[in-house]
Design a protein around this ligand. Sequence first.
Ligand SMILES: [Zn+2]
Length: 380
Amino acid sequence: MRFSDVIGHSEIKDRLRRAVDQGRVSHAQLFAGECGGGALPLALAYAQYINCSNRHDGDSCGECPSCRKMEELMHPDLHFIFPVNKQGKKSGEKMMCGDFLKVWREQISSTGGYFDESMWNDRLDLGKTLKPLISVHDAGEIIRKLSFKSFEGDYKIVLMWMPERMNIEAANTLLKILEEPWDKTLFLLVSRQPARLLTTIISRTQEITIPRIATEDLMAQLIAEYNLDEQRAGQLARLAGGNLIEGRRLAAGSDDLSESSFDMFCSLMRLSYSNKHLELLDWAESFSALTRDRQIDFFGDALRLLRESYMLNAGMGEISYLWDKEAAFCSKFAPFVGNHNIEALVAEIETARAQIVQNGNSLIVATHFALAVSKMIVKV
Ligand SMILES: [Zn+2]
């Protein structure tokens, strides 16, 4: 993958390029951000740039032997670690990601590297309950692989996707490796929730925060992929909040995730403005039954809906940026959101989101959140 294959993020690309060009490549780097923002494609493009023998115009050449192997994700000095699991695993059976490399390559090439954990779980056909993990066997395997000489004098690169899925043993093994940097060896960790990593691991990495994709960049991408007109692409790009995965879901017409967040948001706000405190507790309970990823998505969607309602109330909103159902709800709800409460509401959502990301007890977080929000939802 070349930098030019990665959507937007020109500043981060500049930073990464400069580090390589000036020979200041730090031995462990943490690419942190939403999967739909492009943290994995950026790490891949960076790896390719580092080992390219004919870099020019700020990008890897895409044609030298190293680039060709990188493009096929088959470079002998590029090692992947990612969470895996399978249905019908026998007890004591070792799960190694080396056994899933073919699926992994397909997943990257079919999505351009823009996929999240639920897409990966589906690809592994894990169903609803089985979770993939990075085991200590895979962490130990890195040591074995790194002890070989690099093939062409290139950097040996270990790219670990979702390090937060390491169990504690695996994390401790990785920590030991990071503590003693190896010559010409580079660790790229691509994480969605770095707060769930050991702080000792984080402190040994250089963190690069990958923000959302800028709306205009996402819009151009959706136009290119789905042949949409500008207005529609702009609408979807805004709804997707800088997340290509969400943008693709919306463009393909399946927005089930947002829909369930939308229902949760409506019911919370209805209960709040009608002061139904007991029912708010039920709401918190059903919230806590969602998976943690869905809970985190909820807060993202809630922020967006709140912002749109606020804009509508302030007379600055454009109803066309909302889905039909959302527009109907937000225009009724708008009078309850204004200068008197918007900041406090946003702060409450951000706090609750952070607590969930940090693995807080979701029932306690949701109960506090629902009651706090309900006090703020008043018409003025
Ligand atoms: Zn090249």
